[in-house]
Design a protein around this ligand. Structure first.
Ligand SMILES: Cc1ncc(COP(=O)(O)O)c(C=O)c1O
Length: 372
């Protein structure tokens, strides 16, 4: 029987992710639009984006937060291009985005003293093999496999290298051990349901020290330049962006931050993701034909939840099509490089009630497709 109740919001994409509950573009504060981003008004909004991010995340004193071009990719590549070179590099990957950073380091930067630790979809590489005298590059949550690092216990507190972490699908959903992370990047379009195009770059004092003491041998595009005359351009981390940002996206991000504050801050946002994952865990536990792609429970993502089904690839496609046709779930197919299956976003902007409403539809679609 076709279920009768549909999710009020069928947006379960893993990026751009669903807007927050109650979102309306009409509520955005848009007095910055049509003005210079370097006007007092524009700069105030950009600075607020940095300051409020730091406050809500509870960043340690001395950590910088900047708005940079190019979404999360821009923030990661800016860090790789600016910081890598003086030490050997350990890079880890267990899905497609992490593999992209491996390729940046080996094929583009052509660094020689590199160890890569790669695991297949569903697992993590051996974290205990990492050498923290080296610079270490990794993804906190592998968005396309639904596998995250379980915590930061494996990261050396007394490391000599820098830890550079792409945490785009983790920040505002998972506890981050900031003191153990020297560079953290994320994009507004993930957990907060903001817009793409801009990235957030968080730097520890040790990362700043590296920027000020090391000049890479390769040419640095203007978009990546964070120092001038061997000193950090502090303005970038106070709202004085490298180039022109979208002030509409900034207004949208400030709205998302205000929403996080209104629900009780970071811990409330994390709790919402955990509750969403719990809904799917109950479903998987009682449904014999659906499984987490993540092999270990402690490594299971509470944002990009990846599921495999005991059906053919063609049947998975049919299930996804049915869910879309019925307007109960949009964009829930596994990423193009990942094993076939469903990927259901569980970040804070998704309502548990909508996931609960979706599950009978997944069962229904499975019955339709397997009976056909
Ligand atoms: C882990 C990870 N890194 C990088 C990216 C690229 O992000 P963006 O498109 O915001 O640059 C994504 C996007 O899904 C991601 O999941």
């Amino acid at each position: 029987m076709q279920p009768s109740v549909k999710p009020a919001n069928p947006n379960f994409s893993s990026g751009p992710c669903s807007k927050r509950p109650g979102y309306s573009v009409n509520q955005l504060v848009i007095d910055t639009l049509g003005r210079s981003h370097r006007s007092a008004l524009g700069k105030k909004a950009l600075e607020a984006a940095c300051v409020e991010t730091a406050e809500l995340l509870g960043l340690p004193a001395g950590y910088r937060v900047g708005v940079v071009p190019g979404s999360d990719t821009g923030a990661v590549e800016m860090a790789l291009w600016s910081l890598l070179g003086p030490r050997p590099v350990d890079v880890m990957a267990w899905e497609s985005f992490g593999s992209g950073w491996v390729s940046d380091i080996l094929q583009e930067l052509k660094l020689k003293d590199v160890r890569k630790f790669v695991a297949d979809y569903g697992t993590l590489p051996d974290l205990s093999a990492v050498n923290f005298h080296h610079d270490v590059v990794f993804t906190w949550n592998g968005t396309t496999s639904g596998v995250k690092v379980p915590n930061g216990d494996w990261i050396a507190a007394d490391r000599q290298g820098l830890t550079i972490c792409d945490a785009t699908s983790a920040v505002f959903a998972m506890d981050m051990p900031w003191e153990k992370l020297d560079v953290v990047t994320f994009s507004w379009q993930k957990v907060l349901g903001g817009e793409g195009a801009h990235g957030m770059l968080i730097l520890s004092p040790r990362a700043v020290e590296r920027l000020e003491s090391y000049t890479p041998p390769w040419p640095m595009p203007k978009l990546f330049r964070m120092t001038k005359g061997g000193k950090l351009v502090e303005g970038i981390f106070k709202g004085d962006t490298i180039n022109t940002p979208s002030m509409l996206c900034v207004a949208d991000y400030l709205d998302a931050l205000a929403w996080v504050r209104s629900i009780g801050g970071l811990s409330a946002a994390i709790a919402r993701s955990n509750a969403n994952l719990a809904v799917l865990e109950d479903f998987v536990a009682k449904t014999p034909w659906i499984h987490f792609l993540a092999k270990n429970q402690a490594e299971r993502s509470n944002t990009s939840v990846c599921l495999t089904l005991d059906v053919t690839e063609a049947q998975v496609k049919s299930i996804i099509k049915l869910l879309e046709q019925e307007k109960v779930a949009f964009d829930v197919g596994a990423y193009r490089d990942a094993p076939p299956g469903l990927r259901i976003w569980c970040g804070a902007t998704v309502e548990s009630a909508d996931l609960t409403a979706l599950l009978p539809w997944i069962e229904w679609a499975y019955q339709q497709v397997t009976a056909a």
